[in-house]
Design a protein around this ligand. Structure first.
Ligand code: FAD
Ligand code: UDP
Length: 363
């Protein structure tokens, strides 16, 4: 019997792969549901909402998309985000439309290239601040990035690794999609339904509301796959790894067919404490006389949602990683166990690779 801890993407994919290879799997999850942070559910008004904030699936990998397609059909969906800046709603990532609307100009693409060349600062790429300033300069950094980042992470742009703000490109054309990956879609019946299909296998037994600690001695398992926070596994031996949390405020607005023009509106200013508001009907295409939204308030305490990428946290993680490497019979995989700012597709990729390594070792 193999033990898998955590029923998010990492745990569910590994469990399914091992079961498919003929291994019996016990999957324990401390929450009362599967799906990890991608869990979705019908709210009291019958609208499908993402309990832990908006989850948009996107990938460049045909292999990963194909793998998940064994467990779900898809609804094609390209995410769009507007940022509330200077009293207007402007496309994000910053593109030609953003700049023309912000400044009341009519730049063509060449004009946009020239504008960016003029405002961009030449800097070494050491932090997220370097990334933003070298792409869009000081004024746009102030309007779109500095305060949002401070709210989201409780840190300055200069205290975060380049990859954080590096997630948001800058475009000289009018492409207003948040992602440009070749595969962008939402599970047609939701993420939770996809997870249920993935875990529906005679060799997988799922125990909800069961924390790892409740199992006691694990020597009876042939192998353990752990997808929770790596520092917790080791009793915070070297100190707690910093994770950022969020408070999700869900609201239903009756008799409101549409609340905002796109799925997500960001509030990058310092005047409000939240970062973004998401209206789910845009994502699911659901028809309903009312609408449901979620507002994200970043917090220091609470469930660990984001590893915080910067050099000192990475150094601390490396100490835990060394322990994890030496741990016989345990595989650590996933966003919390590997302390990586992974998107869903990256977790699926990491989990498929981990399952293969385990099979190679055991079979
Ligand atoms: P998780 O989903 O965190 O699952 C880990 C599971 O393990 C949890 O269910 C947890 O309860 C359980 N667990 C932990 N410790 C224990 C224990 N001791 N005992 C038992 N169970 C335990 N990615 C995208 O690709 N696109 C997006 O649009 C996107 N949006 C996001 C928005 C938000 C607000 C957040 C927080 C994340 C978003 N992500 C997005 C990232 C995505 O959620 C993760 O990549 C993915 O869910 C990680 O899967 P995981 O299995 O590694 O971790
Ligand atoms: N960001 C920002 N302003 C925005 C959107 C994003 O400054 O309006 C920065 C911020 O640091 C954020 C990072 O870019 O944490 C990555 O944004 P993304 O939308 O990818 O974050 P996620 O969806 O993972 O929360």
């Amino acid at each position: 019997m193999i033990l898998v801890v955590g029923a998010g993407f990492a745990g569910a994919v590994v469990a399914r792969q091992l079961a498919a290879a003929g291994l019996r799997v016990l999957l324990v999850e401390q929450r009362e549901h599967v799906g990890g942070n991608a869990y979705d559910e019908l709210d009291d008004h019958g609208i499908l909402v993402h309990r832990y904030g908006p989850h948009l699936f996107h990938t460049q990998s045909e292999r990963i998309f194909g793998y998940l397609s064994c467990f779900t059909a898809w609804r094609p969906y390209e995410h769009r985000v507007l940022a509330r800046v200077a009293g207007r709603l402007l496309p994000l990532p910053i593109n030609r439309t953003t700049i023309n609307q912000l400044y009341g100009w009519d730049l063509d693409e060449q004009g946009m290239i020239a504008f960016l060349a003029q405002v961009a600062e030449v800097r070494p790429m050491c932090t997220s601040e370097d990334v933003v300033l070298s792409r869009v300069g000081a004024e746009l950094c102030e309007l779109f990035f500095r305060h949002y980042t401070k709210k989201q992470w409780g840190l300055e742009l200069s205290q975060l690794a380049p990859q954080v703000a590096g997630r948001i490109p800058v475009r000289t054309n009018d492409d207003d999609r948040y992602f440009t990956d070749s595969f962008q879609a939402i599970p047609r019946n939701g993420y939770t339904a996809m997870f249920r299909n993935m875990l529906d296998h005679p060799l997988i037994q799922v125990e909800l509301a069961t924390p790892f600690a409740a199992l006691g001695d694990c020597s009876r398992f042939r192998h353990v796959v752990y997808t929770g926070p790596v520092d917790a596994y080791y009793g915070y031996r070297f100190g707690a790894l910093p994770y950022r949390s969020l408070r999700f405020v869900h609201r239903h607005l009756p008799d409101t067919p549409q609340y905002q023009p796109v799925a997500t509106v960001n509030d990058p200013g310092p005047d409000v404490p939240w970062t973004r508001t998401t209206e789910f009907k845009h994502i699911t295409g659901e028809q309903h006389p009312g609408t449901s939204i979620v507002i994200e308030y970043p917090e220091a305490q609470g469930d660990p949602y984001y590893p915080i990428p910067n050099p000192s946290n990475e150094a601390l993680y490396q100490r835990y990683k060394q322990l994890a490497h030496q741990e016989a019979g345990v595989t650590f995989v996933g966003r919390l166990a590997q302390y990586r700012y992974y998107n869903m597709d990256q977790v699926v990729g990491a989990a498929l690779a981990a399952a293969q390594r385990i099979k190679d070792g055991l079979l």
